[in-house]
Design a protein around this ligand. Sequence first.
Ligand code: HSE
Length: 291
Amino acid sequence: MTFVSGQVTVRTPASSANLGPGFDALGLALSMYDDVTAEVIPEGLEIQVEGEGSGGVPLDDGHLVVRAMRAAFDLLGERPAGLRLSCVNAIPHGRGLGSSAAAIVGGILLARALVDAGDTRLDGLAAYQLAADLEGHPDNVAAAMFGGLTIAWNEGAAAEVQRLHTEVDVTVFVPPGAVSTEKARGLLPESVPHRDAALNAGRAALLIAALTSAPERLISATEDRIHQSYRSTAMPDSYKLLQQLRVEGVPTIISGAGPTVLSFARGVADRAPAGWSAHELSVDQIGAHVC
Ligand code: HSE
């Protein structure tokens, strides 16, 4: 196996998972990006990080992009002797906008692009499977890899994905503090009432219609009863903003495991509480790609 010479850059979008009722299944790629540039070098590991995560992420073998690259190189058949990596990150960490999915997907596509004929050795579905295995659940990695609106699920050990097109406008409200996905998942109950599960199933189905052809249904379609309220103690200000916006008729959800709040609307950025940042975004239609 041979490696390509020179630098390769991969751009990967942020993603929002769940979208209200579609827990662990729905994903939406957003127009906020991490760019990672890598090249094979004779020896060693050199990592630079600018933007989000700089000063906070490990600059060694523990760096998530490096871990994903090495997992992909192992599938491709060989690891290079050395790597130089430069990350320019816009996706905030620990906020429910898919920063770990972006690091994993970006790393896998980078490794593939650094190997001669990498595309033929690791196709899109195999790359997605590896990303889902590394992330532990497929909803964010599906959107980060394929762009658009995604429905992700598992058939046994196999990660599956259905991609759909949507052009909905989005505003994300990002609070100053992080909440770990592990902590947010730890707040979920073992079981939920049947009526809540039934409501979520109906709303998730309606949400696909709302996002693809019936936007006037978005307020009903984004209702959730099985995860957001259970997690509210870990993100009380996010839950409060969510409730305020929904009462006003703005379709609003917690993005992924939170604590970012996402509205399917523009013109509401001024509702960001003090110390939060608001970003008006659109749907990324391309997914992760070599620039
Ligand atoms: N579906 C996941 C959750 C997304 O809500 O826990 C976070 O990775």
